[in-house]
Design a protein around this ligand. Structure first.
Ligand SMILES: NC(=O)c1ccc[n+]([C@@H]2O[C@H](COP(=O)([O-])OP(=O)(O)OC[C@H]3O[C@@H](n4cnc5c(N)ncnc54)[C@H](OP(=O)(O)O)[C@@H]3O)[C@@H](O)[C@H]2O)c1
Length: 307
C-alpha cells in the first residue's frame, strides 16, 4: 500500500504541471483587426496596452482627456502598415473626461462612429488617492468615485447595447488588488475599486447568456505615474513617487497579461506577487488576522507621518 503512494503523488504532480504548462501555452483568440477601445491611453498602463494591442494588429480607439498626449501615442505607434506577418492600423482618438458623466454618452457615439462597432472595451483610466478619512473632503470621495466607478460604468452601459445587438463584444476593466482588499489611507480608491469589482461581477453574470465576456483585472503596484497623479484629502495633487509604486511591476508585463486575458476571455485575473495574493485569501479565510495586520499598518504609517 505504502509503495503505491509515492508513484501516485509523482503522477498527480506530473499531471498538474502538464496542465499548468498547457494553460500557459494557450494563446486564445486573435485580436487581429479587432476594434479595441482603451481609456486612459495617454500614460502608464493604458499607453503600454496601446503598444501591445497595436502590435497584435488591433484597430485602436484611444481615449483620454489630453488630446496632445494622445496624439503623441498615435505618432509613436505610426500609421497603417503591413509586413509579411501582421497588418497594423493607425489608431483613432476620442477626447473626453470620464468624470463628467454627461460627456460620456457623446464620447460613446464618437467611439462607435470610428469603426461602427466595438469588439473590446478596456476600461483602464483611473485616479488614485492618498489621505486619511478624518481629513478628506466629501467632494474628494465623490470625485474619485466619478472617475474610477461612474465613468467606466457609464461608458460600458453606453456601448453595451451595440454589443448585445451584435451578440459580440468583450468588456474589460482594470481594477486593483485594492478592489479585493482595502488598505488604510486609500479609502476613496479602495472603495471605488470594490464597487467596480461588484458591478462587473454582476455584469458578467448578466451577459453570460448573451456571449459577452467580462474580465476584471486586479494588478498590484505598477511602475507608472499613478501615485504622482493621485489626489489627497483636500483635492490637491499628491505629486510623490511612492516607493511601492516605484518598485511595482513593469507596465509592459501587465499590458501583455491584459492581452492574454482578452485572448483567453479570462473572468478574473489577479496580477500580483505572493504577499498581496496571501492577503486576499486572508481577508476571506481569517478576517480577524487581516484586520489586525491592517490596523498595525495604519499605526506604522501614522507614526511615520508624525516623525
Ligand atoms: N499604478 C499602479 O500601481 C496600479 C495598481 C493597480 C491598478 N492600477 C490601475 O491601472 C489603471 C491605469 O493607471 P496607471 O497606473 O497607468 O496610472 P496613470 O499613469 O496615472 O494613468 C492614468 C490614466 O487615466 C487617465 N485619466 C485619469 N482621469 C481621467 C478622467 N477623468 N477622464 C479620462 N481619463 C482619465 C489619464 O489620462 P489623462 O490624464 O491624459 O486624461 C491617464 O491616461 C487605473 O485604473 C489604476 O487604478 C494601477
Amino acid at each position: 500500500m505504502g509503495g503505491a503512494v509515492l508513484p501516485l503523488v509523482i503522477a498527480s504532480v506530473g499531471v498538474l504541471l502538464l496542465f499548468q504548462i498547457l494553460l500557459r501555452l494557450r494563446r486564445g483568440a486573435s485580436v487581429q483587426g479587432a476594434v479595441v477601445v482603451i481609456t486612459g491611453a495617454s500614460s502608464g498602463l493604458g499607453r503600454e496596452c496601446a503598444r501591445v494591442f497595436h502590435a497584435a494588429g488591433a484597430r485602436l480607439v484611444l481615449c483620454g482627456r489630453d488630446a496632445a498626449r494622445l496624439q503623441e501615442v498615435v505618432q509613436e505607434l505610426g500609421g497603417n502598415s503591413a509586413d509579411g506577418r501582421r497588418q497594423t492600423f493607425a489608431p483613432s482618438t476620442v477626447v473626453f473626461d470620464l468624470a463628467r458623466v454627461d460627456s460620456v454618452a457623446k464620447a460613446a457615439e464618437e467611439i462607435l462612429k470610428c469603426y461602427g462597432h466595438v469588439d473590446v472595451l478596456i476600461n483602464n483610466a483611473g485616479i488614485s488617492y492618498r489621505g486619511n478619512i478624518l481629513d478628506t473632503h466629501m467632494s474628494v470621495q465623490r470625485d474619485v468615485m466619478e472617475t474610477n466607478y461612474f465613468g467606466p460604468i457609464s461608458l460600458t452601459q453606453a456601448l453595451l447595447p451595440s454589443m448585445v445587438q451584435r451578440r459580440r463584444g468583450h468588456i474589460v476593466v482594470i481594477s486593483s488588488v485594492q478592489g479585493k482588499i482595502a488598505i488604510p489611507y486609500r479609502s476613496a480608491y479602495a472603495a471605488s475599486k470594490h464597487a467596480t469589482q461588484a458591478y462587473f461581477d454582476c455584469l458578467r453574470a448578466e451577459m453570460g447568456h448573451l456571449g459577452i465576456p467580462v474580465t476584471v483585472i486586479s494588478p498590484g503596484y505598477i511602475r507608472t505615474n499613478m501615485s504622482v497623479n493621485a489626489v489627497t484629502g483636500d483635492g490637491s495633487t499628491y505629486g510623490v513617487v511612492d516607493k511601492t509604486t516605484a518598485s511595482g511591476w513593469d507596465p509592459r508585463v501587465v499590458a501583455r497579461a491584459v492581452l492574454k486575458a482578452v485572448r483567453l476571455k479570462s473572468k478574473d485575473v489577479v496580477l500580483a506577487g505572493p504577499q498581496p495574493t496571501v492577503a486576499i485569501y486572508l481577508r476571506t479565510l481569517w478576517p480577524a488576522l487581516f484586520f489586525k495586520l491592517m490596523a498595525s499598518r495604519a499605526c506604522k504609517e501614522q507614526r511615520r507621518k508624525d516623525e
